[in-house]
Design a protein. Structure first.
Length: 150
């Protein structure tokens, strides 16, 4: 499971010209799922994201987590995070899980994040053509991969 985590001042997801998710201060998380992802990956990644100390404290030092600031989050599925680009110019998405595997994992990830944060999270729509808008705060952008936890 791969994730791109962006600290945002605001973010939204629009589908068919309708805003389906919108937040202010918090995180936009793009999540890519592969066949080998497990419950262990979900638990590790949701805990890490919820507790990452990437928000400024009273001295503007990154010491606070999403939990600490009671921030908001949008989770968006993004199979292209598993693109293989070594050969040629057309990315291969063979490592990305097919919908029948990815959707239950994605839904489980969302549920676990809600448990981790103690509140409902906002999402995009799996497989939809989404327009994702964000104002990256910092900018702060992190990439995490459950296959490389070091």
């Amino acid at each position: 499971m791969k994730a791109v985590i962006q600290r945002v001042s605001q973010s939204s997801v629009t589908i068919d010209n309708k805003i389906v998710a919108e937040i202010q201060k918090g995180l936009l998380v793009l999540i890519g799922i592969e066949d080998s992802d497990s419950q262990e990956d979900i638990l590790w990644l949701t805990s890490k994201i919820a507790n990452l100390r990437i928000f400024g404290d009273e001295n503007n030092v990154m010491n606070l987590s999403l939990k600490d600031i009671d921030g908001e989050i949008i989770i968006v599925s993004q199979f292209t995070l598993h693109a293989l680009t070594k050969k040629g110019n057309r990315p291969s998405y063979i490592k990305a899980a097919k919908p029948e595997i990815a959707i239950p994992i994605y839904e489980n990830f969302i549920s676990q994040m809600e448990l981790e944060l103690g509140k409902q999270v906002q999402t995009g729509q799996f497989g939809a053509d989404m327009k994702v808008s964000l104002l990256n705060d910092g900018p702060v952008t992190l990439i995490m991969d459950t296959k490389n936890k070091e």
